[in-house]
Design a protein around this ligand. Structure first.
Ligand code: UDP
Ligand code: MG
Length: 318
């Protein structure tokens, strides 16, 4: 029997909210007759979260748990959850009750009925600290939209739903959970939607992410952009800069040599700014090239250098 839905929940020290969360999910899924599993990934909690998960899994058939040996982070937790998920649709939500399980049916329907590959929640009205979270988040999402070209208001929202194939095609690692829509886009999934979702204030515990998220997030976005465009051909990136920088330096050098020949001893090369400019530019250009070659060597020996996602195959079992 195929399963309609997998709810994937990464959690780190969230013991107080888990029972309420699971009961709520069970109630909603039952009401809407959605067959489901709830996969709870305990990301190395130091409180009693795992005991609570164990208890819940005895109580409810749908509940399954995975426990990390230590705290790895939200992305690794999602990755393990995605690997284990068996439902046709996968919904992720935070464990802290800030996301409402009442959103499940509509998020589910937008995948199966409307044919979206991915639907991201949008916490239009937010109950977090304005200075540390809400304002920076607006700015951040703006930059994100510009760079990635994905028109989402709230890319990092923990509440999202996916067609099963999407989560099986992407690899969430490091802190890349903030950019799952970008990863999905680069994996070739085009129908990315958005749904305004209710957001609630944190009732128990405290947030696990501080202001550093914005700096890390920005760096991660650059990495994703770079890897998706040049990951398999790094020389096209480094070589381009290398060529321009080197040529720039080389032309200056030529003009310096020309002047030296023309003016002889009256021309002190090392007194000229152009001398230092050309020196730096030529060294930088060479470094760009070296980096490019090394990057090519690395990508050539990467285990997944010839792994591609195929959409369909036909006529192979004749
Ligand atoms: N989380 C996790 N591992 C971590 C940090 C957070 O699994 O290292 C979980 C956390 O328990 C919660 C979700 O990720 O279920 C979102 O975290 P949080 O609520 O702290 O983030 P915020 O809502 O403040 O953005
Ligand atoms: Mg939260």
């Amino acid at each position: 029997m195929s399963l309609d839905l997998s709810v994937v929940i990464p959690l780190y020290n969230e013991e107080e909210s888990l029972p309420e969360l699971v009961e709520w999910i069970e109630r909603v899924c039952k009401e809407h007759a959605i067959s489901h599993e709830v996969i709870m990934i305990d990301d190395g909690s130091t409180d009693d979260s795992w005991e609570v998960v164990t208890k819940l899994s005895r109580e409810f058939d749908a509940v399954k748990g995975i426990r990390f040996q230590r705290n790895y982070g939200k992305s690794p937790a999602l990755h393990e959850g995605f690997k284990a998920a068996q439902g046709n649709v996968v919904i992720t939500m935070d464990a802290d009750l800030q996301d409402s399980p009442d959103e499940i049916p509509e998020l589910y329907n937008m995948i199966v009925r409307d044919g979206y590959d991915l639907v991201s929640g949008w916490k239009k009205v937010r109950y977090d600290n304005a200075v540390t979270k809400n304002l920076p988040s607006k700015l951040y999402n703006g930059v994100n939209r510009r760079i990635s070209g994905i028109k989402l208001h709230d890319m990092n929202c923990g509440l999202k739903s996916y067609m099963r194939k999407v989560v099986k095609s992407i690899e969430v690692y490091g802190e890349m959970h903030r950019f799952i829509p970008v990863l999905a886009k680069y994996a070739g999934f085009k129908k990315i939607g958005e749904k305004v979702v209710q957001h609630r204030a944190r009732k128990y515990g405290h947030s696990k992410f501080g202001w550093e998220r914005f700096i890390n997030g920005f760096l991660d976005l650059l990495t994703i952009q770079f890897i998706s465009r040049f990951g398999k051909k790094p020389m096209h990136f480094f070589g381009l800069f290398g060529t321009f920088t080197f040529l720039f330096g080389f032309l200056f050098t030529l003009s310096l040599i020309y002047d030296k020949i023309r003016l002889g001893d009256n021309f002190g090369i090392t007194n000229k700014p152009a001398f230092y400019l050309s020196l730096t530019a030529m060294i930088l250009g060479t470094l760009f090239f070296l980096t490019g070659f090394i990057a090519e060597l690395i990508s050539r020996s990467a285990a997944d250098r010839n792994t591609y996602l195929t959409e369909e195959r036909i006529g192979w079992d004749k």
